[in-house]
Design a protein. Sequence first.
Lengths: 416, 416, 355, 355
Amino acid sequence: MDKNTDDLPPLHLTVPEPEVRPGGQPDFSHVQIPPAGSVRRPPVDADPESMRDLAFSIIRVLNRDGEAVGPWAEGLDLSEDQLRDGLRHMMTLRAYDARMLMAQRQQKTSFYMQHLGEEAVSCAFRKALNPGDMNFPTYRQAGLLIAGDYPLLTMMNQIYSNAHDPLRGRQLPVMYSSKEHGFFTISGNLATQYIQAVGWAMASAISGDRKIAAAWIGDGSTAESDFHAALVFASTYKAPVVLNIVNNQWAISTFQGIARGGSGTFAARGLGFGIPALRVDGNDYLAVLAVGKWAAERARLNLGPTVIEYVTYRVGGHSTSDDPSAYRPAEESNAWPLGDPILRMKNHLIALGIWSEDRHVQAEAQIMAEVTAVQKEAEAVGTLHHGQRPSPSDMFEDVYAEMPPHLQRQRQEAGF
Amino acid sequence: MDKNTDDLPPLHLTVPEPEVRPGGQPDFSHVQIPPAGSVRRPPVDADPESMRDLAFSIIRVLNRDGEAVGPWAEGLDLSEDQLRDGLRHMMTLRAYDARMLMAQRQQKTSFYMQHLGEEAVSCAFRKALNPGDMNFPTYRQAGLLIAGDYPLLTMMNQIYSNAHDPLRGRQLPVMYSSKEHGFFTISGNLATQYIQAVGWAMASAISGDRKIAAAWIGDGSTAESDFHAALVFASTYKAPVVLNIVNNQWAISTFQGIARGGSGTFAARGLGFGIPALRVDGNDYLAVLAVGKWAAERARLNLGPTVIEYVTYRVGGHSTSDDPSAYRPAEESNAWPLGDPILRMKNHLIALGIWSEDRHVQAEAQIMAEVTAVQKEAEAVGTLHHGQRPSPSDMFEDVYAEMPPHLQRQRQEAGF
Amino acid sequence: MPKCRRIFSGSVRKRGSDMARMTMIEAIRDALDTAMGADERVVVFGEDVGYFGGVFRCTAGLQKKYGPTRCFDAPINESGIVGAGIGMAAYGLKPVVEIQFADYVYPAYDQIVSEAARLRYRSAGEFTCPMVVRMPTGGGIFGGQTHSQSPEALFTHVTGLKVVVPSNPHDAKGLLMSAIEDPDPVIFLEPKRLYNGPFDGHHDRPVSAWKSHDLGEVPEGHFTIPLGQAITRRPGRAVTVLTYGTMVHVALAAAEETGIDAEVIDLRTLMPLDLEAITASVRKTGRCLVLHEATLTSGFGAELAALVQQECFWTLEAPVRRVAGWDTPYPHVHEWSYFPGPARVGDALRELMEV
Amino acid sequence: MPKCRRIFSGSVRKRGSDMARMTMIEAIRDALDTAMGADERVVVFGEDVGYFGGVFRCTAGLQKKYGPTRCFDAPINESGIVGAGIGMAAYGLKPVVEIQFADYVYPAYDQIVSEAARLRYRSAGEFTCPMVVRMPTGGGIFGGQTHSQSPEALFTHVTGLKVVVPSNPHDAKGLLMSAIEDPDPVIFLEPKRLYNGPFDGHHDRPVSAWKSHDLGEVPEGHFTIPLGQAITRRPGRAVTVLTYGTMVHVALAAAEETGIDAEVIDLRTLMPLDLEAITASVRKTGRCLVLHEATLTSGFGAELAALVQQECFWTLEAPVRRVAGWDTPYPHVHEWSYFPGPARVGDALRELMEV
Ligand SMILES: Cc1ncc(C[n+]2csc(CCOP(=O)(O)OP(=O)(O)O)c2C)c(N)n1
Ligand SMILES: Cc1ncc(C[n+]2csc(CCOP(=O)(O)OP(=O)(O)O)c2C)c(N)n1
Ligand SMILES: [Mg+2]
Ligand SMILES: [Mg+2]
């Protein structure tokens, strides 16, 4: 035993703090961003230990000139239509967000959560999956639905909790569910679905099926214990699942340093489990798609799980209940070095000669008109407090497959 | 999207299995064991990333000739008495285990858990700590008490749940508690205390104290979610805590491959958090002590947590309720390549010329006589079903600091 | 064990000679085996349940018979076990997971409460969770505070769950098979003190075995007992005893020993509850004792007492009385002072009759 | 808001002019501030509670005042928050941790039930857990199923815990300060719909503010209300209403609107429970309504009903009646059909008086 402890300076607690707070000058100079095309692309069956570096870099495809470069660009082979669809999906999501935010301010709904700045992540990843695969999303992946051609009208009906909401007004707005579209019912409880995705993938493997699962989690939520459960199970049973981490730098008011602790990156978490872990530019549609496909292929070939960290930035508030200017400089999002995913994709299409500034302005207007038209349609059905709303008698349905006697009695007492 | 999924072979679930089961030939040839003295000893303030290799090796001090060799041996500087004490503590623990196992078979207690083969881990680690430091042990670290000179008699009184049991018979046998001896009350619930240890260490840092904490967990229990909570908190706040993982190859009937999954080692878990992670020969008293001191120094210098994986083997059953021959070859423990910690320490002392075969035989007899004498003393007080037992009226005490009215009423109703 | 009339009301089974003598462990294993044999979607996993067959051996032999992807060991992470089970159930399998002891279910509590119980509701029936969570419960084996708990009330308060507690091998099989076939999540609590034989609380008497008990006779093959049906274990006119699990046997012993003509109702399913059976009996007897091993305050007995006084107020001749575990952790050495044994139950019956 | 008589029985405070008008958020913050100022051992942490001051702003300004090692952001891991808190409490600090919504306490349930609640018992008093776990509870803000729950019964069943639910700023401060000074773990449930103003269930009427309510007046400085003491909010002779939190205000409104002379008892502390106050009132009125927002089955109302019928059987003129949240998840759009508002409570009162 050391005897001279008393000579040591006293201990003190380290509490990580972001570089800047409101009033300060936004500064992302510590974020190391490798040039597009510079990170290697290992074969999908490479030994996880051999690609450890990928957890500490950032895979990028689109360079400053809007060109798709490097090994991750090569296998993509997207048609012009696919490229334009990608852009359109992101633009649609942004327009949708704008309208729904406004609707919330007009009290047509109680709550909304937007994707501003993160559109590429869910819109691109959707295209890495096949029909029948299942996403276990958080509340910030509506692009999975939009890029999967889920009807905007149905989404809005959910936001308005009106009579056509397929979830019958039971869920908080944005907590969509669509089995057909490979979109698992969203939970309000963080991280719980990460392990469920692993279980779903295990079930597919147990059944000798060919479907894979994709789990979704935010940077802050990786701190939750179910994240660990998911990694333990996925690693042990080599479950065919893609473990997505969306690092948008913030968890409500809490900067990513609190959840990340001393590890350099969130992707690094995967390394402790022998799971390949890749870090990707989340504002780069093509990089997200390329890495998503790589991971999906691994899963489908029964090579097991992959961790993907999408490096992006939450430009808006956490939700309509949040005002980020209270805890970070208002201009911080402008300083974010990975740019706007829509702008970058637009520039790529222009560089390819299949798009133009004019067509973009046109498309923007057209998309907004479409979204607004659908919104009218949804509002004609009803909004939170007006129009056709789900019947309160529905409240007692679906608690169980068959309504047990005590709920029948309660429904009777309620008089619905 | 890939369109030709149907051409792929169907998925199948991987369920890890141990190399051998009963009937098979024990085989540890896959366990790579570096020679004693061959693993480097970085300075305590080295960058965690720079010592990544230590999570995949095994730090060893005692070689086959009983010599203490290499960089980890150098700083130890133990006196002859300290060396002999180490041996004596391990021998005492083994004798104690033998007697208590027997007592359980004689139904003097309901339950017991032994340490056979793992004596070095807790006996040596205890000597890396200072008075005032706090261990958060599992049920398999009684060496912390024995090496800390906690009275054997009190331990036995706890095993017998007799009138002198300081825990008043409330806890299952082996679930000791001693604040004075830096031994936190053991929980029956796995892993819960790992994060509590981190909290305790944080409290010490918050208070500007100089005390550190040591957390303990088994290989199987690292799968529990609170393990993750502990690593997240320890990594984030740089808590002055040593995070011990005792990998004794088995979790009841479940081999370590189930909890470990695809990662090479349990120590590797620490790497995902940027926490230095060391793997140690758990059957090597000097290696355990050297690494324990190194980690304790880091903590005390406010450099943060360290993960230590002790590679050892659970020679006995999980508990008196377990019969391991049902799930592993009975001879497996003989094949275990790291040897017997007591034998190795004995050989070291003999090599140093401060011990002999004769003295060992003598010591063995003497220790057993001592333990047996204490056992008689404890049994004279009482055992589970005989002699002086705690009063049932005590049952209602300590639920709260002050007994609330409803418990007073219940005690009255109970008639105690 | 006192003789009790067996009334098979509600049990749906092939009649005939297909009966076997089983312990409750064997009956549970038989239910799992039958379900796995009949339906490929049934998968069984949990800590130590694979090669070894579970610390209580309820799954012994299943891995060998159905292969390691149908019955396997899980990492020690209860939240992971239940969470993975939910994912599997949502995929379309029928997972039957084991929590090694009910005392260790709390790490999985969030997955059960926030997820399993609400999947159907929040997705309007699109995703469902046909999963069974089995766990040994109750004391009587000197297991101390972490191998003795009875957490049923923590599940009955959670809407969307069904909660089942069998009291014998016969029911254990029939109820477990119903639970596996149920479209919703079922918490299946197995009184561990009953695994190897009936137990009436006389811990100082020789242990008895299921093979000499009527209810150790278990139908072979497919056999279900519908969830939500209580059963009268002993008809009586003086007082109704509402209980379940181990306490059924204690209640029967107390009735025998006091000579009080108690009607002992084995609830079997706590949620949904067979309120009709309860009120019919209490209206007849006018007195009611509620009996469980779990701690008293906010235990399931509170709900029973609240319901009985509400439904049978005008026929009650005395307040509904509760006998339960004391409001303390389960103390190792004082197990038999803690356990509500036949003496305490008998006293309560006598006092209740004196009102 | 109906006027209600304020009875300060049991509140220990400096009398005089040291009173301030506060919302419940401010009162909670004031309690934390006062406690942190007086005792260095008090530390406050949880998700978003540091720099930002909590999503409901209950901890705003505390980090600035006491520094980041006394008030800080925690990773999003409720089990970690409570588990670390237990370690700190065992060290000798007095952690006050925040769970962002009561709906998110389940991941921490194991730490609370298996550890915090039993530390003192299992170590025979050697290690203790003087910790407060605060969390916003209840509905009324269109928060849907995961921002509306009232899990109090899941804690009252766990021996070793104390459970507190304030109904106004005055009590929130006094009870929270007692909770912080308490030597044992306290679950402190804050009805979020009351944070900014009293709420009687008339969601369609203009919101009112605490500043125009008597109980928005809060003593400054050190001020405690002992745990375990109920208070009569409205004396009455016709029927006793047992309730707590938001429902206190609903009960007062229903009494006012029906004209029924109800005695409304605000329990304030559910564990330990002020049984004397309860029985004294019910023996006087002969009728009892139990009222809470949590789901009915196995809710804390079951325990109250069970106790009342047991203790007051001979004076009860009607069965104890429970009004509570329906046994369904809290449905977003049907919030006001789910919430047991003044109409439903009024109906129940009327029916109870007709028996
Ligand atoms: C179990 C649980 N704890 C706390 C919350 C409250 N909460 C909702 S979102 C959020 C932040 C999540 O941040 P992150 O994971 O980074 O996702 P992001 O919102 O940035 O997409 C918190 C704390 C919750 N929903 N569930
Ligand atoms: C939360 C919880 N789950 C399950 C158990 C049952 N259990 C007790 S010990 C044990 C195995 C632990 O194995 P390991 O962590 O490797 O420790 P070892 O016994 O080998 O020292 C299990 C599953 C428990 N005590 N607590
Ligand atoms: Mg985030
Ligand atoms: Mg082990």
